[in-house]
Design a protein around this ligand. Structure first.
Ligand code: SAH
Length: 250
């Protein structure tokens, strides 16, 4: 079922991933549901060009979050979605990247499910896929990495520690979201758990946007690199990052 064919009086919520920055990376389905939306509830990392796809009559509600600071608390966001859907509106909940990857999309849908509100999920290109593609860093490569892991740099704050030994493996690519502030801790733990201090790393700042920058260095130098970078940025650890030199195109 799509938002367009939903016949219920009750409204409908499409959880849409807007992609990492370049507005052209929105999916065709995302494009369609944004154009048909009565209400768009959006986050900070969504580009103006994508917001401009909504109709002039659409109600635009900003609930953006900054690091360490939530403009609108999560339960209030959930409440907005429920209320607008109950008014019979076609609601688009628009988030950066993919909503199910460090996007709290699951939490919002749980509330909708509990309240009996119909929804759909339109996936987006997550930063790990988009930013590395634009940086010419393949996440896997037969000569370099047979696996890839996406990790949040926010674990400590949530009071949960990562299983570092499972990350510090050869032939593995690690992608840390929200990791800039934790780069010292990340380096320390990876080396303490056996990863070579010379393992190549990259930081991709503003991936897929015209102002994208890529920093490269060894794992032991990661915290220094991180000091030069600004948010949003991804930390990529693994020998695939060396391919940036050869494959950069953007
Ligand atoms: N749901 C989003 C991630 C939200 S968490 C997704 O799937 O991409 C926010 C983090 O994503 C940022 O701190 C940063 O680490 C990463 N990020 C988002 N957009 C980015 C971009 N254009 N370039 C680099 N990193 C980005």
């Amino acid at each position: 079922m799509t938002a367009l064919t939903s016949s219920s009086q009750q409204g409908f919520v499409s959880l849409v991933g807007a992609g990492p920055g370049d507005p052209d990376l929105l999916t065709v389905k995302g494009y369609r549901v944004i154009q048909a939306a009565d209400v768009v509830v959006y986050d900070r990392l969504v580009s103006q060009q994508i917001l401009a796809l909504a109709s002039e009559q659409a109600e635009m509600i900003y609930v953006g979050k900054k690091l360490d600071y939530h403009c609108v608390p999560q339960d209030q966001i959930n409440q907005i979605l429920v209320e607008k859907a109950r008014e019979g509106k076609n609601v688009v909940r628009l988030k950066g990247g993919d909503s199910f990857i460090f996007g709290r999309g699951g939490e919002e849908l749980e509330t909708l499910a509990e309240q009996g509100i119909s929804f759909e999920v339109v996936p987006g290109i997550t930063a790990a896929a988009g930013a590395t593609a634009y940086a010419g860093i393949p996440l896997t490569h037969r000569d370099h990495a047979q696996s890839v892991q996406f990790i949040t740099g926010h674990v400590q704050k949530d009071g949960r520690e990562i299983e570092w030994s499972s990350l510090a493996q050869p032939n593995n690519t690690l992608v840390f979201y929200m990791g800039l502030k934790q780069s010292g801790h990340i380096t320390e733990q990876l080396i303490a758990n056996g990863l070579d201090a010379n393992t190549p790393c990259a930081i991709i700042e503003n991936g897929t946007r015209s102002e994208q920058r890529v920093f490269q260095g060894a794992l032991s130098d990661l915290a220094n690199l991180a000091q030069q970078a600004i948010s949003p940025a991804l930390i990529v650890v693994g020998s695939v990052t060396q391919l940036h030199h050869k494959l950069k195109w953007f």
